[in-house]
Design a protein around this ligand. Structure first.
Ligand code: PMP
Length: 423
């Protein structure tokens, strides 16, 4: 397809790996959903900055001032990338998991949380000290909205409530109806946080257009593998909460009381939840990745990725043993994340063979989404190979699948090799 652009340059393009069959081959990294390779541009930006980095918000020296400026500029770049509202806060965290745990720690008293059982564990588990309603797996985007509307209609309308939902599934790659879910949440006086770990690297995200209250994502899935994540959105709950971490940087004023105790005034901006020396390289890298993706243009990136999705789907359409996993149907819109099982094969063995015989790195297992995998595979004998999964009890059948995922740096050859190998 002439209209499909070339992949963006990423690190690791020339890494070769040995094959059990002899010789070696260029590594095909097809596990972007776990961690994407760094964009060359991100690496270059970080390398250019590295000699100059210094402590953020702490030093009087030139390099500390420079790093503080770059850190705060990175916040503005991320806010722009996410289409944040003027008064939203952008908090730098370690990851999506960290971001959602931060928000969970900032929930107002008596907050009720609504979350689909289909979520990644990072979205499913942080809320357990609140009142949580787990929503059944929907079989269509429409049903997802109806399920939420029904659950919200039954809630205590006076108390605070939060809905947590993924933008794109880390298992099926399917896009969730975020805008409609946000409208339903708001119609019932609830707020909504978007887990954009799999959405943001593949798709434009606009907090304001989608009308979500918060969004969370991870740098290492967005081509910036430096231990940084983001929570962006409404300031009020974050400002009212105790700091996620107590320490320097989060505190504006600390003094001894006459009774011997300590009084603390916390910052009420993003620094409130960023105690300790911040990961300035990570924040800088995330901002660099945001700029690189925006400059490449999501229209182009999406077109390329959809071309790769088609290569997989059409390439394997005539292999009846392959069954792709989906909630919303095979033709539902999705990002470049596809999970499948192969009749007659244990998924772990299949994935190991792709690596050892073809130099292809995919993921096998339950993808940190155990309830979803049970829904998708539970009654499927195809999915249950004869060999136990590594964590299966003796005599228990394995329950696992294979996931292939790709993105802005994936060359056609990697996906074509994958299709050949599966065949
Ligand atoms: N949410 C989704 C949808 C994910 O795919 C992942 C990572 N697989 C996470 C959250 C957690 O991301 P991290 O491990 O970077 O915290």
């Amino acid at each position: 397809d002439q209209s499909v652009c070339a992949p963006l340059p990423v690190l690791g393009r020339d890494v070769t790996v040995p094959l059990v069959t002899g010789g070696e081959v260029t590594y095909a990294a097809l596990d972007y959903a776990a961690s994407a390779p760094a964009l060359q541009r991100v690496w270059d930006d970080v390398a250019a900055y590295a000699p100059y980095y210094g402590s953020v918000h702490r030093g009087a020296g030139y390099l500390s001032q420079l790093s503080t400026d770059l850190f705060e500029n990175a916040r503005r770049t991320v806010a722009g990338f996410l289409g944040c509202r003027a008064d939203d806060q952008v908090v730098f965290t370690r990851s999506t998991t960290d971001s959602l745990n931060l928000l969970a720690a900032a929930l107002p008293a008596d907050c009720q949380v609504f979350v689909y059982e289909t979520e990644h564990h990072a979205s499913l588990l942080p809320w357990r000290s609140a009142r949580v309603t787990y929503l059944d797996a929907p079989s269509s985007p429409r049903q997802a909205v109806e399920t939420l509307e029904r659950a919200l209609a039954d809630r205590d309308p006076c108390g605070p409530a939060l809905v947590c939902v993924t933008g794109a599934s880390n298992v099926t790659g399917e896009l969730w109806p975020v805008r409609e879910l946000a409208a339903a949440a708001h119609a019932h006086g609830a707020r909504i946080v978007l887990d954009a770990a799999q959405l943001a690297p593949h798709h434009p995200v606009s907090v304001a257009d989608l009308d979500v209250d918060w969004v969370a994502f991870s740098g290492h899935k967005l081509y910036a593998p430096f231990g940084s994540g983001v929570l962006a959105g409404r300031a009020d709950w974050l400002r009212a909460a105790e700091p996620y971490l107590a320490g320097g940087g989060a505190s504006r004023k600390v003094s001894r009381r006459e009774d011997g105790g300590v009084d603390v005034e916390w910052h009420d901006n993003a620094a409130r939840h960023e105690a300790g020396s911040p990961n300035v390289i990570g924040a800088y890298a995330v901002a660099s990745a945001c700029k690189a993706l925006s400059e490449a243009g999501f229209d182009t990136l999406v077109a390329r990725e959809q071309h790769l999705v088609r290569t997989v789907r059409e390439g394997l359409a005539d292999v009846p043993e392959v069954r792709f996993l989906s909630l919303f149907g095979d033709d539902a819109p999705r990002v470049g994340v596809l999970s499948f099982v192969v009749e007659g094969w244990n998924s772990s063995h299949f994935a190991a063979a792709l690596s050892a015989e073809y130099g292809i790195g995919v993921r096998d297992g339950l993808f940190c989404a155990h309830p979803l995998l049970r829904t998708l595979l539970g009654s499927d004998p195809q999915a249950q190979g004869e060999c136990g999964a590594p964590d299966a009890a003796p005599g228990e059948k394995s329950l696992n699948a294979i996931r292939v995922s790709f993105g802005a740096g994936t060359p056609d050859e990697h996906v074509e090799r994958f299709v050949r190998a599966v065949k």
